[in-house]
Design a protein around this ligand. Structure first.
Ligand SMILES: [Zn+2]
Ligand SMILES: [Zn+2]
Length: 143
């Protein structure tokens, strides 16, 4: 939690109760989630939380670089996941059913190398790997 406190302070933005709760939800989940999903969980904790506020807060998080938007393959819905801290990972995505598996990042050493080679300050990277999941392979084979 410390890190997010610092980020908000740095930007002079108040860390409201709802923002804290949203952050906690994202921290505890390994898959990208929709605003609706977050809203449903929040309703149990914070009575007054509205979907529009959730969207607004998610945008604030995005502007601060705390979360990033990924779009789900099967229905083009916007999903959100943390982009800071130990939660950094990549996705293996099934193009048939849209299932996503989190993958560990293989690129940390490479970023350091690249920094040395190019003098760039490396900020971020993103990789998705696409394929067909075992379930979907089984389904097509049975037909
Ligand atoms: Zn699949
Ligand atoms: Zn990575």
């Amino acid at each position: 939690m410390t890190k997010i406190n610092e980020i908000f302070k740095e930007h002079g933005i108040r860390l409201t109760q709802q923002r804290k709760e949203i952050f906690k939800i994202l921290l505890n989940i390994s898959q990208p989630v929709s605003a609706n999903y977050i809203h449903n969980l929040l309703k149990n904790k914070l009575e007054k939380s509205r979907l529009s506020t959730v969207y607004r807060n998610l945008n604030t998080f995005k502007d601060l670089g705390i979360i990033k938007e990924v779009s789900s393959v099967n229905n083009n819905k916007k999903l959100y996941e943390l982009s800071i801290g130990s939660n950094h990972h990549h996705h293996l995505i099934c193009t048939k059913c849209g299932e996503m598996e989190p993958l560990d990042c293989p690129l940390e050493g490479y970023e350091d190398e690249l920094k040395k080679k190019t003098d760039y300050k490396i900020i971020d990277h993103s990789i998705n790997i696409y394929g067909i999941c075992p379930d979907c392979i089984n389904k097509t084979q049975k037909k």
